[in-house]
Design a binder for this molecule. Structure first.
Ligand code: AVI
Length: 318
């Protein structure tokens, strides 16, 4: 994070959210430079199946997705990561089209650069990067459209799962509002599965997810002048079946007081108190379709990985 505005927003968010009960931190703060690297490592872990399952479905079904879509087409991805998934689809889409316009939307410049380089290798594929929030980037893409071609929005990686249920509905509605009838959304989402599998995915035996989670405390120490003792907190993943979500927590291992200079605050913890750092909602396949349809889409096709319990679903704006 750079610039005083960003730091003061971070400080204000941390001060407000650590005063809640239970204490919280927004999951977007997990992704500084090191956090993003740790998340990439999580995606390679044998217990975290989301990335592999989604890539497998895209690899097997990209041609079927391409066959459902109009020509000309604009392809845009919200949060392209390293660009592997959009590249797979772009390759299939450009096969039957003379040209394909792609737009990447991310707040991370390095994600945009990496994906632009990757897509640049494909003949007939043009790339524009938008360093912006998803909503703002989509508005820019929609505004810049000319002619009557279609638009396909990719929202992959089960990122929808990190939104609360009502926020997920609102976000899908915001996407829908930028689209025209006949535009499409390809959504990758992790499905609910047995609790032991979920816990292993979010509390892996190598401790990578624990490092990913605790890194947010390191970040507060570095950027906000905090004095969190990282060894006095433990990573926990808890599944709440009523909410169908995995919660990541940082549990205080003893009674302690933490000071955060930039927030001009101290936070007291009893042993067992925790900070809730992330929710990952897990849907059943029909509930997922209902959620998206409720935001103004119609489901066209759904491809499932039965072993990983992961769904790739193609919707059209109704
Ligand atoms: C980015 N997001 C979809 C991941 C998830 O599965 O909720 C973040 C993550 N948290 C712990 N492991 C992975």
């Amino acid at each position: 994070m750079s610039g005083t505005t960003a730091v003061s927003t971070f400080a204000a968010d941390v001060a407000r959210d650590l005063a809640l009960s239970p204490r919280q931190l927004q999951s977007k703060y997990l992704y500084d430079r090191l956090g993003s690297r740790l998340f990439e490592a999580i995606c390679r872990l044998p217990w975290y199946t989301i990335t592999r399952a989604e890539l497998g479905l895209l690899f097997r079904h990209a041609a079927e997705v391409a066959a459902e879509l109009p020509d000309p087409l604009t392809l845009t991805e919200l949060g392209p990561g390293d660009g592997e998934k959009i590249a797979l689809l772009a390759a299939a889409l450009v096969r039957d089209r003379s040209a394909l316009a792609t737009h990447l939307i991310d707040i991370s410049q390095s994600a945009l650069d990496q994906t632009e380089r990757r897509l640049g290798r494909y003949e007939g594929v043009s790339v524009v990067g938008h360093r912006a929030s998803y909503e703002e980037g989509l508005r820019r893409v929609a505004k810049g459209r000319n002619g009557d071609g279609g638009l396909l929005v990719l929202f992959l990686g089960s990122n929808l799962g990190n939104f609360d249920r009502s926020a997920a509905g609102e976000f899908l509605r915001a996407i829908r509002d930028t689209l025209r009838p006949g535009d499409a959304l390809l959504l990758g989402a992790d499905l609910v599965k047995p609790e032991p599998d979920l816990i292993l995915a979010y509390d892996d035996p190598l401790g990578v997810t624990a490092a990913f989670n605790k890194n947010v405390l390191l970040r507060i120490n570095r950027e906000l002048g905090g004095d969190f003792d990282l060894s006095a907190f433990a990573h926990r993943a808890v599944f709440d079946p009523a909410e169908s979500r995995v919660e990541m927590r940082l549990v205080s291992l003893r009674r302690q007081r933490v000071r955060i200079g930039a927030c001009a605050t101290t936070v007291d913890f009893e042993e067992g108190d925790f900070i809730w750092t992330e929710s990952s909602y897990k849907y059943g396949a029909p509930a997922l379709r209902r959620l998206v349809e409720g935001a103004g889409f119609a489901c066209r096709r759904q491809w499932l990985d039965p072993e990983a319990q992961f769904a790739l679903t193609l919707f059209f704006a109704a």
